[in-house]
Design a protein around this ligand. Structure first.
Ligand SMILES: [Zn+2]
Ligand SMILES: [Zn+2]
Length: 920
C-alpha cells in the first residue's frame, strides 16, 4: 500500500515522525524522536502491568467517556443502541464480530443510507477464532465491546470527515484519559476483511494495542489497481471511517492487573477460585505472575520459564488452574450474551456455536472440580452486566432451564460416547497407523458431540498402554468453530439461473398483487418471452418466495383467443417470469391474466396464519422463539422455530387458543414499504424472521397494534378475521433445538377438524359407545384384550403339551432310534419348530409336516447323539423335493415347505426311508 495513504496532515502539524520498527520493519508514527520499535507486542513488552497508564476506571466509566466524547466533539456523533450479538440482519455471518458489522452490507456498500452520520456505539461482539488462547495470553476475549465511531462518506457527496479528524479525535481522547502522548504510536498496517480493505493505523501504548483506525475505501476487484496481500482492489464509491477501540483493554491499561480478565471480572474470578478450592497465584506467586504477564505478549511460555529460572512444568503448574478459571469467566460472559439475545443451542448454525462454548465450559468446570452449576456462574455475569445491559435480566429463567438441560444432554452424550469410542478404537488396533486422524476427531465432535479430550481419556483408559494415539491440535475448537461460522451461501433457483443474464435488460415488473391484493384479473403487455417464460410489464401472479408457493392461472392473448396455462412463477432481480405449459408468445402482445382464486386465497390465509402462530408461540414459549424456516401450502402450512425442548400438549393448546383469539379480535393487517433504518429502529430485528430482504425500502407487514411486525413479501389477508380458524395439527422435533409446528387455516382447518371428528365418530361406533365414553371404552377393551392374550398363550401352551404327549405315543423305532414322523393338519411352522426342538431334547428324531389348504411346511429335528449319521437339513431338503419346494437350516433343526399337498404322504414316506437308509 502506498505510503502516501498515511500522509496525514495532523501528524505533520503535531510534529510526529515516521519511523521504521527495527524489530518488525513496520512503519509507525510517533512524537518520540528516539523511538526505535513500533510499540506493539512482541516488539515491545507490556510495561503497564503493575504500572497503570492512566487513572483507574471501570468498564462503565470508560464506555461513557468514549460515547460522550464523540457525542460532544465538533462532529456531534449520534449515540446508537447496541445491536444483538447474533447477526439477525445479515445472512452471511451468525455472530456480530465488529461494530461495523451492524452496517454491512447495505450501508457500507452505499445502497442504504446510514441510520445516523456520523455515529458512535459500544457494540458487544463475539469472536470464537482464538478459543484456545482465551485465559492463556492474558488479553484474548471471546466477548468484548468494540467502541467505534463511524463516518460514512460518499464520493462526490459532502464529506463528513476522513483520516485527519479520525487521528485527531483518537489523540484527543487518549489525552483526555491521561495517557502519556509521547508513548503513543500509530502503526501502519493495511487492513483487509470481508471483501473490503483500506489503510489502517494501529494505536498502541506501553506494548498494548488499544484501538485500530481503519479507512475502508477499497473493494475486491480482479482488475483492480491496488494490490494487498496478493489480492487486487479498487476504490469504492463510499469511503468509511471504521474504528475499533477495545473497551476492556482500556480498563486493563487503567488498572495494570496481570491480565485483562482480572481487570474486567474480578468478582467472578474470586468466586470461581473459591469454588475450585485453589488460590489465585497473584497471592501465592506474585513475582512470577507479574513477570509472566509482562513477558507474555512477547515471549513463548518456554522462553518465559527460562527467563524466570524455573522449569516449564513448574510454570504450567502455577498458571494452568488460573488460566482455566479465566477461560470460564470469559466463556460465561459470552454465554450470558448469546443466550439472553436468543440463541438456542443446537447442532446447526449459531446454535452450534453456543453449544460449543457451553460444552467447553462443562469440561473446564469438571477439570477444576467446581460443582457450582454453570447457570449460577452465568447469572453472576448477568448481575455484573445488568447496569449496562438491563435487557439481559429478562431472560434469566430461560437461561437457568436451558443451561441445566444442556448439562444433562451433555452427560448423556458422554455416556453413549464411551461405547462409540471403544468401537472405533477396536477398528484402529488392527491397522498399522494407529493414530486417530483429525477428520475422525472432528467427526466425533460434530456428529456425536464428543470432545477430543474425552476421546483421549476413553482411549487411554481402555487401551491401557496400547499404541492407539490421540493427538489434539491446539486449535481444535477454533477449527470446528470456523467450520460452522463460515460464509453462508445464498441459493438461486436453477430455473431462474439460466435466464438471469437476459433479465438485466428488462425493467422490473410492476407488482399488482401489492397494489390490488384482492383482484383476480388484469391486463398487461408482453415484454419478452424467454425459455418458455412470459415476461409482462405488470402482473397479479405472485412468484414463489418466503415459503409461499407461486400462483397459478392463465393468460389469454387478446385478438388471438388463445389461452395459456401458467404453471409456475418466479422472480429474478425484480423481473417476474410466468412459466407457461406450451406455446410461443410474441413481444408486444396484450394479454388478460386470471389467477386461480381458491389457491391464492388458501395461500394468503396460511401465510397470514404463519405470522400469528409465530407471534402466539413467542408469547407462550418466550422471546428466543425465532423462525428457522416456513412452508405454506393450500391445505396446511408449517413453521420451524428455535426452542430448547419439546412443546408440551398444554403449550400447544395455549398457542392454538391464543392464535385463534388474535383471529377473533379481527385485527388489521397492514403492509407498506418502509425505510430500512427506521423500521429496524422502530420494530427491532425481529422483523427479519423470514430472512433479510435487500434494499433501502423493505415491505413491512404489521398485525394489530404491532403484535407482530415482519419484513415480508408475501400476500396477506387485510384483517385477521379473514384467516378463519387456525388448527394446529401437530408439533414435532425436527432437529435438536428446532420444533416444527404444523397447522391449517381457513377452510382447510375446518376440514381437518371434521376429519378428526370423523375418526372419533367411526371409532365410537365400532365400539358402540357415545363419543364421550370413547377413552374409557378403549382403555377397557385394551385391558381385556391383554388379559385374553395372556389366557390364549396359557391355553396354547397346554395344547402343545398334550400334542407332545400324543406324538410321543406314536413314535416308532428304526434301528433302535425313536422316530416321530407325522402329518399335522393346520399346524404352523413356529409351533412345529417348538415341538420338534422339545422332542429332540428327549432324544426323538422328528419329521413334522404341517398340511394347509394350498401348501405344506416341513420341520425336522435330530437329537445331538445322532448328529454324525443324520443331518436335519438334508432330511428336510429330501422331503421338500417331493413337495415341489425347498428347505434348509442347521444340522440339528431345519425347516422348509412345498406346494404339492397331494404328495404329503409320499413325502413323509420318502423321509422315513431316508432315515432308515442312513441308520442302517
Ligand atoms: Zn514492530
Ligand atoms: Zn408474511
Amino acid at each position: 500500500m502506498d505510503s502516501e495513504e498515511y500522509d496525514i496532515e495532523y501528524f505533520k502539524e503535531c510534529g510526529f515522525r515516521r519511523n521504521k520498527c527495527e524489530r518488525c520493519g513496520s512503519y509507525f508514527w510517533t512524537r518520540d524522536k528516539d523511538r526505535e520499535t513500533c510499540g506493539d507486542a512482541p516488539c515491545e513488552l507490556y510495561s503497564f502491568i503493575g504500572k497503570p497508564i492512566f487513572k483507574e476506571r471501570s468498564v462503565e466509566e470508560i464506555r461513557e467517556s468514549f460515547l460522550s466524547f464523540f457525542e460532544h466533539c465538533s462532529h456531534e456523533h449520534k449515540r446508537m443502541k447496541r445491536y444483538p450479538v447474533i447477526a439477525r440482519w445479515r445472512d452471511d455471518i451468525y455472530l456480530n464480530i465488529a461494530s461495523i458489522a451492524n452496517y454491512q452490507p447495505f450501508v457500507t456498500s452505499g445502497k442504504v443510507p446510514p441510520p445516523a452520520n456520523p455515529l458512535v456505539i459500544s457494540q458487544p461482539c463475539i469472536r470464537l477464532e482464538d478459543l484456545e488462547s482465551i485465559g492463556k495470553t492474558g488479553r484474548h476475549l471471546t466477548t468484548f465491546e468494540m467502541m467505534g465511531h463511524h463516518a460514512f462518506n460518499k464520493r462526490g457527496g459532502e464529506e463528513i470527515y476522513w483520516k485527519n479528524e479520525t487521528v485527531k479525535y483518537c489523540d484527543d481522547f487518549l489525552r483526555q484519559l491521561g495517557v502519556d502522548m509521547d508513548r503513543v504510536t500509530y502503526k501502519e498496517a493495511p487492513w483487509v476483511g470481508g471483501g473490503n480493505a483500506g489503510p489502517c493505523l494501529e494505536v498502541t501504548t506501553n506494548g498494548l494495542e488499544l484501538a485500530t483506525l481503519v479507512f475502508m475505501d477499497l473493494e475486491l476487484s480482479p482488475q483492480g489497481e491496488i494490490s494487498i496481500k496478493g489480492e487486487r482492489y479498487n476504490k469504492m464509491d463510499t469511503y468509511i471511517v471504521d474504528t475499533g477501540y477495545g473497551l476492556e483493554r482500556f480498563v486493563w491499561a487503567s488498572k495494570g492487573t496481570p491480565t485483562v480478565y482480572d481487570a474486567i471480572f474480578p468478582d467472578v474470578i474470586k468466586e470461581l477460585v473459591n469454588a475450585a478450592g485453589i488460590e489465585h497465584p497473584l497471592e501465592t506467586h506474585p513475582g512470577i505472575i507479574i513477570q509472566n504477564a509482562s513477558l507474555s505478549g512477547a515471549l513463548s511460555p518456554g522462553e518465559i520459564a527460562k527467563k524466570l529460572g524455573i522449569s516449564l512444568d513448574e510454570l504450567k503448574n502455577i498458571l494452568e488452574p488460573i488460566e482455566t478459571v479465566y477461560a470460564v469467566a470469559d466463556h460465561t460472559k459470552c454465554l450470558a450474551f448469546m443466550l439472553a439475545d436468543g440463541i438456542v443451542p443446537s447442532n446447526a448454525k449459531e446454535g452450534y456455536l453456543a453449544r460449543l462454548v457451553l460444552r467447553r465450559v462443562f469440561r473446564m468446570l469438571k477439570s477444576l472440580g467446581i460443582e457450582m452449576p454453570l447457570e449460577e456462574i452465568v447469572l453472576m455475569q448477568i448481575k455484573t452486566l445488568r447496569n449496562s445491559f438491563p435487557e439481559l435480566e429478562k431472560s434469566v429463567d430461560r437461561i437457568v432451564e436451558l443451561v441445566s438441560l444442556e448439562h444433562s444432554r451433555y452427560d448423556e452424550t458422554l455416556l453413549k460416547g464411551e461405547r462409540i469410542v471403544r468401537q472405533l478404537v477396536k477398528g484402529y488396533k488392527e491397522k498399522a497407523d494407529q493414530k486417530i486422524p483429525l477428520e475422525m476427531l472432528i467427526n466425533l465432535y460434530d456428529t456425536h458431540g464428543l470432545p477430543p479430550e474425552f476421546v483421549k481419556e476413553v482411549v487411554s483408559n481402555y487401551e491401557a498402554g496400547m499404541a492407539v494415539k490421540v493427538d489434539i491440535p491446539e486449535n481444535f475448537y477454533s477449527l470446528v468453530a470456523s467450520m460452522h461460522s463460515g460464509e453462508r451461501k445464498r441459493e438461486m433457483e436453477p430455473f431462474a439461473e439460466r435466464i438471469e443474464e437476459r433479465m438485466k435488460s428488462i425493467p422490473a415488473t410492476r407488482k399488482l398483487y401489492y397494489e390490488k391484493p384482492s383482484a383476480l384479473d388484469f391486463e398487461a403487455t408482453v415484454l419478452d418471452f424467454v425459455d418458455g417464460c412470459v415476461i409482462l410489464d405488470k402482473t397479479l401472479f405472485f412468484p414463489e418466495g418466503g415459503g409461499q408457493p407461486a400462483d397459478t392461472g392463465s393468460l389469454t392473448l387478446k385478438g388471438e383467443n388463445r389461452t395459456l396455462k401458467v404453471l409456475d412463477v418466479h422472480e429474478v432481480e425484480g423481473v417476474i417470469l410466468h412459466k407457461i405449459e406450451d406455446g410461443v408468445v410474441s413481444k408486444g402482445a396484450v394479454v388478460s391474466g386470471h389467477i386461480d382464486a381458491a389457491r391464492r386465497t388458501a395461500h394468503t390465509r396460511h401465510h397470514s396464519a404463519t405470522h400469528i402462530v409465530v407471534c402466539a408461540a413467542r408469547k407462550v414459549l418466550g422471546d428466543h422463539i425465532w423462525q428457522a424456516g416456513a412452508q405454506k401450502g393450500e391445505k396446511r402450512a408449517r413453521i420451524d422455530v428455535t426452542h430448547f425442548k419439546r412443546i408440551s400438549d398444554a403449550e400447544r393448546c395455549e398457542i392454538e387458543m391464543l392464535a385463534n383469539k388474535i383471529v377473533m379480535e379481527n385485527k388489521e393487517i397492514r403492509a407498506s414499504f418502509e425505510d430500512r433504518n427506521e423500521a429496524e429502529q422502530k420494530y427491532g430485528f425481529r422483523i427479519y424472521q423470514g430472512g433479510v430482504p435487500p434494499g433501502e425500502k423493505i415491505r413491512i407487514v404489521r398485525i394489530g397494534a404491532d403484535e407482530d411486525v415482519q419484513a415480508c413479501a408475501g400476500t396477506h389477508c387485510s384483517k385477521t378475521g379473514e384467516i378463519g380458524p387456525i388448527k394446529i395439527l401437530r408439533t414435532e422435533r425436527i432437529q435438536d433445538g428446532i420444533e416444527r409446528i404444523e397447522y391449517s387455516a381457513g377452510e382447510a382447518a375446518v376440514e381437518e377438524i371434521q376429519a378428526r371428528e370423523e375418526l372419533i365418530r367411526k371409532s365410537a361406533s365400532v365400539l358402540r359407545v357415545p363419543h364421550g365414553k370413547l377413552p374409557a371404552a378403549v382403555e377397557r377393551f385394551f385391558e381385556e384384550w391383554k388379559q385374553l392374550r395372556k389366557e390364549n398363550e396359557r391355553l396354547r401352551g397346554k395344547i402343545a403339551e398334550l400334542e407332545l404327549e400324543r406324538l410321543k405315543g406314536r413314535a416308532r423305532e428304526l434301528s433302535g432310534v425313536k422316530v416321530i414322523a407325522e402329518v399335522l393338519p393346520d399346524a404352523d411352522t413356529k409351533e412345529m419348530m417348538k415341538i420338534a426342538s422339545q422332542l429332540s431334547k428327549e432324544k426323538f428324531l422328528t419329521l413334522l409336516i404341517g398340511k394347509r389348504e394350498d401348501s405344506a411346511s416341513v420341520v425336522s429335528s435330530v437329537p445331538a447323539y445322532l448328529m454324525d449319521e443324520i443331518n436335519a437339513s438334508v432330511l428336510v431338503k429330501r422331503v421338500c423335493e417331493v413337495l415341489g419346494g425347498s428347505g434348509g437350516g442347521k444340522a440339528e433343526i431345519a425347516q422348509g415347505g412345498g406346494t404339492k399337498i397331494e404328495k404329503v404322504k409320499e413325502a413323509k414316506e420318502a423321509g422315513v426311508k431316508l432315515v432308515d437308509d442312513l441308520l442302517s
